[in-house]
Design a protein around this ligand. Structure first.
Ligand code: SPD
Length: 380
């Protein structure tokens, strides 16, 4: 039997010999060798929390033998800080479109090898088209995983008790002090997602959700400061459990998250009834995209996983569990009617026209927004 160092030396010798015979420059040869080298059976994934059907990962491992290390985040800022620092160790990440756009510009993500994505034909052309137009030209670097809106999540009974005719289909629930003040005692939460929350305030004010005018930002900040004392906290994941167990009665939350809170309360049989509405004023729409960082150590496994997630049955399993709309047209007939038939998950054509994508901000505006957000959160 050959011992390990001798075997390694033999492998290097063979690689050099093959490279020498191919007549290609050394750098090309080494890139080619890396591309052709078999990958260890590992995949490191960094996804949003509460964003996958738990059995999907185990089924992927069973099918491929690839062990998945799965970490979660709950804000684009958290993901982006790691990506820009580099060497995250992640092979697959899930930024939202607006963040993906600037990450692509910063050279963070690989171009996808579409020859490794045989299930790409299942993708919904309408969603892929919107993504290509706003964030990722030709869908070169990413595949849509899920999309959704931020809107009104609420505890039906507690809201009714405090205000029988509450405008539960309006951003006034959060941004009209006369209204939100009525719910302060039962727990009001807002997403900790500056650009999206700003977008919702601007929509409420009848302005462009993606406006970068300093006067619009100032007007939105004024609204947020006027209701700040009624907001218990800002968070982008804990509100699911808080709504489900009755600790919060009103949350500006993401569509599927609020519906997961509803399901959790139903399973707990705790008498809590949760509902979600896309506000009548319109809403901010997000697209969460599967992407492979350039420094990923297991890009083939990442492609395999993306291809797996693109399978219609797998995409349906995910949407049934997390209750988000997905970017997979082929899966639609396999998704429960309670999800596809819910206009707050798959909005009507008329509502789709009112949904505004959260677009990338300029770096200058981002700085203003970050400062404004700190003032809002600290209430100063
Ligand atoms: N719990 C999963 C939430 C995923 C929501 N994505 C939000 C995108 C924000 N732009």
């Amino acid at each position: 039997m050959i011992n390990v160092p001798v075997r390694a030396a033999a492998a290097v010798l063979i690689a050099f010999t093959l490279a020498a015979c191919s007549g290609k420059p050394a750098a090309d040869k080494s890139a080619e060798a890396t591309a052709n080298a078999p990958e260890e059976k590992v995949l490191n994934v960094y996804n949003w929390s509460d964003y996958i059907e738990p059995g999907v990962i185990a089924a992927f491992t069973k099918e491929t033998g690839i062990k998945v290390n799965y970490d979660v985040f709950d804000s684009n800022e958290m993901l982006e800080t790691k990506l820009l620092a580099g060497n995250t160790g992640y092979d697959l990440v899930v930024p939202s479109g607006s963040f993906l756009y600037r990450q692509i510009k910063a050279g963070v993500h690989s171009t996808l090898d579409k020859s490794q994505l045989s299930n790409l034909g299942n993708a919904d052309p309408a969603i892929a088209g919107r993504v290509a137009k706003a964030f990722d030209t030709d869908n070169a670097h990413s595949v849509n995983y899920m999309w959704g809106t931020s809107g009104v999540g609420y505890n039906v009974k507690k809201i009714k008790e405090r205000m029988p005719n509450a405008p539960v289909d309006s951003f006034a629930m959060f941004y009209d002090p006369k209204i939100v003040s009525k719910f302060a005692d039962c727990g009001v939460m807002l997403l900790d997602a500056p650009s999206e929350v700003l977008g919702t305030v601007l929509i409420y004010l009848g302005k462009d959700a993606n406006s970068e005018k300093p006067e619009d930002l100032a007007a939105a900040e004024k609204v947020l400061l006027s209701v700040r004392k009624y907001i218990r906290n800002f968070n982008s994941s804990a509100y699911i459990e808080a709504l489900a167990n009755g600790e919060a009665c009103l949350a500006l939350g993401w569509s599927g998250d609020v519906l997961q809170a509803k399901s959790r309360a139903e399973s707990a049989k705790n008498g809590v009834e949760i509902s979600y509405n896309v506000p009548k004023e319109g809403a901010v729409m997000f697209f969460d995209q599967l992407a492979i960082p350039k420094d990923a150590k297991h890009p083939k496994n990442a492609h395999l996983f993306i291809n797996y997630l693109l399978r219609a049955d797998v995409a349906a399993k995910n949407s049934n569990f997390i209750q988000y709309a997905n970017g997979n047209a082929a899966s639609k007939s396999m998704i429960d009617a309670s999800v596809t038939g819910n206009p707050n998950v798959y909005p009507s054509e008329a509502m789709m026209q009112k949904l505004v994508p959260d677009l990338p901000e300029s770096p200058e505006f981002n700085r203003l927004l970050t400062r404004s957000w700190t003032r809002v959160k600290t209430g100063q």
